[in-house]
Each structure stands twice: as structure tokens, then as C-alpha cells.
Design a protein around this ligand. Structure first.
Ligand SMILES: Cc1cc2nc3c(=O)[nH]c(=O)nc-3n(C[C@H](O)[C@H](O)[C@H](O)COP(=O)(O)OP(=O)(O)OC[C@H]3O[C@@H](n4cnc5c(N)ncnc54)[C@H](O)[C@@H]3O)c2cc1C
Length: 426
């Protein structure tokens, strides 16, 4: 593209234009919402620097796209965001998970809910969501340019913006939505327009642990464990999965999300405490062992696990407590009982690093929320500039909450930009 494009065929009336930078979930939702609301009274264009749009949607949820979560109360929904929760309460009152479900259903995509509340398209294919978004944007008349990155943005003295494109040339617009995702480089545009960027660090990761207690147990899932970080208030209860590199599962991922900044500050080297039986503490588990001695005194300790702990993990902890294979419950001495109790409810592991989760990961940090009006997603610093999606300092725990933030902020920005253009046309 060469030169500056800002006029339509009718030179007596300026053609009003919205440009959305970023062809991801938030950009598409913003562009579709805006174009549908404008009904032809101005144009909407998405500029995407990559060759293809919606690439994260494609790989999301292990290729199934966890679109949202079946949490339909705005205040409850907002609690799932380690960063951005309070700002999102009002936004969710306008567009929340139930609205997402209706939005997709109105366009022919039915979502189903899994036992843990995660919602996926019934096809179990992220391509269904991609097709829905690309069809809806085409039907609404959104123009799409791929291979077209925005390198620099200038505010025009008469209002509006001039975008400098990687494909050479410039493009002018009256309202600008930045939906450039969590990549560090994208923040350049927002900061050049006067915004503060909270430094990006990863969220939703798993923990590296090398420890004999976990060796050979890869793939073993414990339905409910409490995990906490020594010396902090970070604590979560949920499913924990033993992997060949350490620990994963929803409980660990949630801990990583809430602790994203604190754990980055210690370079992911910290002491993790695990209570494998969260309904118990040291005293109650010692009492339970005592009771078990009376009930199954003649049975081998390693054959009767306490409180339903998976048998492979139980056997490992029994051996770690120094209890010989043949030891019967009746023969378990006080020191062994205490050692076993500590391993069950107060195990400590040295975490030495992290790995990103394959199913879903996200960056925390981004445009400072105090600088954005969450009724409209408009910048408080630069009129006519809007934000949506992961570019903002918002991130959710795993389970569909990150896309929900993208849908909500995209929808709010799209409507507000349409209103802005409509007001300009009067
Ligand atoms: C492997 C993986 C799986 C995931 N699974 C889930 C899930 O199942 N459920 C869930 O809720 N969340 C999931 N997430 C998180 C979710 O994908 C993101 O929160 C969401 O995609 C953010 O949307 P976005 O539109 O803000 O950003 P993106 O999807 O990152 O889109 C931003 C777009 O902007 C473009 N861009 C950037 N800079 C420029 C520029 N200067 N000019 C032009 N274009 C530009 C980028 O190329 C990109 O296409 C997952 C993330 C990953 C990495």
C-alpha cells in the first residue's frame, strides 16, 4: 500500500473509519461488534501482521478452544482474574459468559459445558470458532488485511490517527482499537500514545521439581491437593498432576497465575508445600493412622492407603517414611507415623524452574488499567484510542477466562467506537 488513504469516492463527506490492529480473538470481536452496530455508516478494517488471523484461537484448548466458562454471575466471574478482576466486574455486567454463549449460538455455534465448567464448541474443534468469527466479520462488512503490521502510530492534530504500515504507506482512521495481544513488541504502540505498560511476565505455567518422591509417578493425578508457596500467602486447592518434569494440573496452574509476579521475582526458585490430603492436618492424619491401626492391624501399611490417596503415591510416601514393605499397621511405630503424616500433609519440594502449559498460557502485564475507561475501553489519555484483549494488564486463571476477557473488552470497545463514529456523523 502506498500513500495515505483517508477519503472515499464522495469528497464532500469524509469517510469515517475504524481500524483494529490485531486479528486475534479480541480484534475480531471488536471489529464485528463495531461493524454490526455501524450498519454501513463507516468502515471497519482489521490489520494483522501475520499471514493468518486467529492463530491463538486455532491452538487454544489443545485444538478444541475453551471459549468461556460456565460462571454466569459477573462478580464471581471477575474473581477468576489475578489481574483485572475489579475492573472487569462492571464490564461483565454488560457482556459476560452467558452473553458469549448466546453470541455464538446466534451465529450457529453451540457450546457444551464440561464437568469442571469449561465450555467448548460441540464439534471439539477450534476451527469452528475461527469459521464463525471470519464469517461474521465478512457478513458485517469488515475489511481484513493480513501481512500488514502497524509499526508506528501518530496522532493527527485535527483528531484521529495516522498508522505507518510495515507493508509501506500509511492509513488514517478516526477510531483505533489496539488488540495486539500479549507480545512485548506490541506495547510499543500503546506506550507511544502515552500509556504506561506494566512489565510482562508469564502466567499459567507448571513447576520443575526433581525429587525422588515423584520419580516414576508421571501421569498420576491427585483429585484434590493444597499447594502453597513457603513464605507467601499463595495457596490453592485443586487437582494436581505429577509429570515427568515435576507438578502440573489446575491447582498448580492457578497458583502460578496468582503468583505470576512473585514467582518471576524469585526466578522460579522457591519452596512448594503440598498437602496431598487437604481435608487433614498433621494432628488429624496422625489420629486417622491410629484408628487404622485398630481397624486393619494385620494388613501391610503399603497396601491400605489413608483417605483415598492414589495407591502408587501412597506406596512411595510409605517407603519415603522409612516403613519397610512387610510392616503391618499394628507394627507402625510413633516416629514412622509422624514421618508419614508429615509427608502426607506437609511435603516440601524445591521448585527449580517452570514450563509453559501446552493447553493454555498467557502473559500478565500490559496497558495499565487505571488509564482505561472500562465502560467503553477508551483510553483516558488519548481520545479515540481503544484497547481490548491480552494487551491489557488482565489475565485469568485457566478455564476459558482469558478468551472471556477478550470477548468482553472487544465487545465494549466495538460498541463504543460505533457510537463515537455515529456521533461524529451527526
Ligand atoms: C497455547 C495456548 C492455548 C490457549 N488456550 C486458551 C483457551 O483454551 N481458553 C482461553 O480462554 N484462553 C486460551 N489461551 C489464551 C488466549 O489465547 C489469549 O488470551 C487470547 O488469544 C488473547 O487474544 P488477543 O486477541 O488479545 O491476542 P492474540 O490472540 O495474541 O492476537 C493478537 C494479534 O495481533 C497481531 N499483532 C500484534 N502486533 C501487531 C501489529 N503491530 N500490527 C498488526 N498486527 C499485530 C498478532 O499477530 C496477533 O494475531 C491460550 C493461549 C495459548 C498460547
Amino acid at each position: 500500500m502506498t500513500g495515505t488513504e483517508d477519503l472515499d469516492g464522495d469528497s464532500s463527506r469524509r469517510h469515517l473509519r475504524v481500524v483494529v490492529v490485531g486479528g486475534g480473538a479480541a480484534g475480531f470481536f471488536g471489529a464485528i461488534t463495531c461493524a454490526e452496530a455501524l450498519q454501513g455508516r463507516g468502515s471497519v478494517m482489521i490489520l494483522e501482521r501475520g499471514a493468518n488471523v486467529l492463530q491463538k484461537v486455532k491452538i487454544s484448548g489443545g485444538g478444541r478452544c475453551n471459549v468461556t466458562h460456565s460462571c454466569f454471575e459477573p462478580k464471581e466471574l471477575a474473581k477468576r482474574y489475578p489481574r483485572g478482576g475489579p475492573a472487569l466486574i462492571g464490564a461483565f455486567h454488560r457482556f459476560q459468559a452467558a452473553d458469549t454463549v448466546k453470541w455464538f449460538e446466534a451465529r450457529g455455534v453451540v457450546l457444551k459445558t464440561e464437568a469442571d465448567g469449561r465450555m467448548f464448541p460441540t464439534t471439539d474443534q477450534s476451527q469452528t470458532i475461527i469459521n464463525c468469527l471470519t464469517n461474521a466479520s465478512r457478513d458485517a462488512g469488515v475489511e481484513l488485511r493480513t501481512g500488514c503490521g502497524v509499526e508506528r502510530v501518530e496522532r493527527k492534530s485535527e483528531g484521529g490517527f495516522r498508522l505507518h504500515l510495515s507493508a509501506s504507506g500509511t492509513l488514517d482512521c478516526d477510531a483505533l482499537l489496539l488488540a495486539t495481544g500479549g507480545a512485548k513488541a506490541a506495547d510499543v504502540l500503546a506506550s507511544s500514545l502515552g500509556h504506561t505498560i506494566e512489565p510482562p511476565v508469564p502466567s499459567l505455567f507448571t513447576f520443575h521439581i526433581t525429587d525422588k518422591r515423584l520419580e516414576g509417578l508421571s501421569g498420576l493425578a491427585v483429585e484434590r491437593a493444597t499447594v502453597s508457596v513457603a513464605g507467601t500467602k499463595l495457596k490453592e486447592t485443586g487437582p494436581v498432576l505429577i509429570t515427568h518434569w515435576g507438578l502440573s494440573g489446575p491447582g498448580i496452574l492457578r497458583l502460578s497465575a496468582w503468583g505470576a509476579r512473585e514467582l518471576a521475582a524469585v526466578n522460579y526458585q522457591f519452596k512448594l508445600r503440598v498437602n496431598w490430603l487437604p481435608e487433614h492436618n498433621f494432628d488429624s492424619i496422625t489420629a486417622l493412622a491410629q484408628q487404622q491401626r485398630g481397624l486393619t492391624g494385620a494388613k501391610r501399611v503399603q497396601n491400605v492407603s489413608l483417605a483415598g490417596l492414589p495407591s502408587r503415591l501412597w506406596e512411595r510416601l510409605v517407603a519415603t517414611a522409612g516403613v519397610a514393605e512387610q510392616t503391618q499397621w499394628a507394627g507402625l511405630n510413633k516416629a514412622q507415623t509422624q514421618s508419614l503424616a508429615r509427608l502426607l500433609v506437609e511435603s516440601e519440594f524445591a521448585v527449580t524452574g517452570k514450563s509453559m502449559n501446552k493447553e493454555e498460557f498467557v502473559t500478565c502485564g500490559g496497558v495499565r488499567l487505571a488509564e482505561v475507561d472500562f465502560k467503553t475501553m477508551q483510553s483516558r489519555v488519548c481520545p479515540g484510542l481503544y484497547f481490548a484483549g491480552e494487551l491489557l494488564d488482565i489475565d485469568g486463571i485457566t478455564g476459558g477466562f482469558n478468551f472471556q476477557a477478550a470477548w468482553t473488552t472487544g465487545w465494549l470497545a466495538g460498541n463504543a467506537m460505533a457510537e463515537r463514529l455515529a456521533a461524529k456523523q451527526v
